[in-house]
Ligand binder design. Structure first.
Ligand SMILES: Cc1ncc(C[n+]2csc(CCOP(=O)(O)OP(=O)(O)O)c2C)c(N)n1
Length: 376
């Protein structure tokens, strides 16, 4: 309580433990009570509605730049059901050095494991927050919130509006269009790679358990089978698998299961002709030596058709709305082959082991176009 009272620049770090303990309401109440901004981990997305005014977005390697800056400048971190893994801390030696740290987690082995904390509370998060809510006093941090808001600056609209007008299809556009067309209400299951990070950046989750992703396990091939599982568990939900051309090929045989059992999921293959996330690291850190990452895929439309399923393709942005609508209207599982820009990268990026605020930003393309106008 003393740490909370003394804080002028607090940030709540929201992890998957919130969802697992069912503490969404308590976290929201707590954040509103002390007016603290909330940064989320990948697996925490959905724990607080994306549209909530205190939700500042995802942290870490491919998190928002202003979120990472806020963490580095914070004087108090309240870590709720998260484990300070290397993808969210960057260089541990320079991580949030000015901040006191309160960590609530159910697993005692997480305490002081990666980051030394000032107050470690081993508890079910929901129970702990209920107790804290009985005693925590309201606080104002309007200056701090304003400051974080000002750091967004131009990057609030981020690269999606400044991609070059070269007629190519960009993965962020595809994912953002799927978000808008599904009104953000679908359950999205991802595979592992660039598309997974773009999903986290451009599909805005309002409710918990609407993003199913393998997180730290990094399980390529997870997308399609897990999407089938999600649909079995929640038959009334609209389920999308957003996968890479590499990961999809690891478990594409599960299309047979979907066809045989009559399970409807929509599969969006973000087809960039590469093991994209590894290519990106080769581009940034290995002088563009694209060893073993160029990927020749089969014709995914024909693969779908071979299973008696609908296969669709989009190569330009104006085609996206149409194929997404066709997929949603179709009865069975649909596979869409989105032929996206081959050498696009996920920005911003904190290189592995670098300081959290040392981010690589998207180089400004020479031709800028406003694509904010709704093309759909
Ligand atoms: C089974 C497995 N093998 C290798 C990796 C390492 N890995 C992480 S991302 C990635 C590339 C994924 O490529 P793709 O599925 O085409 O998706 P993209 O990054 O292009 O979106 C690889 C090889 C992994 N996570 N899992």
């Amino acid at each position: 309580m003393d740490l909370i009272k003394a804080a002028k620049r607090p940030v709540i770090l929201a992890g998957q433990g919130i969802i697992q303990s069912g503490a969404m309401d308590e976290v929201q109440k707590f954040a509103e009570r002390i007016n603290a901004p909330v940064a989320l981990t990948l697996l925490g997305l959905g724990a607080l509605p994306a549209s909530h005014h205190l939700n500042i977005g995802m942290m870490g390697m491919h998190g928002e730049a202003w979120v990472n800056h806020a963490i580095q400048e914070a004087d108090l971190l309240l870590a709720f059901g998260m484990r300070f893994d290397d993808r969210v801390t960057g260089n541990i030696k320079t991580y949030a050095l000015n901040a006191k740290k309160i960590h609530i987690d159910i697993d005692p082995s997480e305490m002081n494991k990666n980051v030394k904390v000032d107050a470690g509370i081993v508890a079910d998060l929901r129970e702990a927050l209920k107790d804290l809510l009985d005693v925590v006093e309201p606080k104002e941090h309007s200056q701090w919130l304003k400051y974080i808001g000002s750091m967004k600056g131009d990057s609030a609209v981020r690269d999606i509006q400044t991609l070059p007008d070269n007629g190519h299809l960009y993965a962020p556009h595809v994912i953002n269009d799927i978000w808008r067309l599904t009104e953000g209400k679908a359950i999205v299951v991802t595979d592992v790679g660039q598309h997974q990070m773009w999903e986290a950046q451009y599909y805005h989750h309002e409710t918990p358990r609407t993003l199913i992703t393998s997180g730290g396990l990094g399980t390529m091939g997870f997308g399609l089978p897990a999407a089938i599982g999600a649909k079995m568990a929640k038959p009334d939900a609209e389920v999308w698998a957003i996968v890479g051309d590499g990961g999809f090929q690891m478990t594409q045989a599960e299309l047979t299961t979907a066809a045989q059992e009559g399970i409807k999921v929509n599969v969006a293959i973000i087809n960039n002709g590469y093991l994209g996330m590894v290519r990106q690291w080769q581009e940034f850190f290995y002088e563009r030596r694209y060893a073993a990452t160029p990927l020749r895929s089969p014709d995914f439309v024909k693969i779908a058709e071979a299973h008696g399923l609908l296969g669709l393709r989009a190569e330009k942005r104006p085609e996206v709305g149409d194929v997404v609508r066709q997929a949603r209207d179709a009865e069975g599982t649909v596979v869409i082959d989105f032929r996206v820009e081959q050498e696009d990268s996920v920005y911003p990026m904190v290189p592995a082991g670098a300081d959290l605020d040392a981010m690589i930003r998207r180089p400004q393309p020479s031709v800028l176009v406003e694509t904010g106008a709704d093309p759909i």
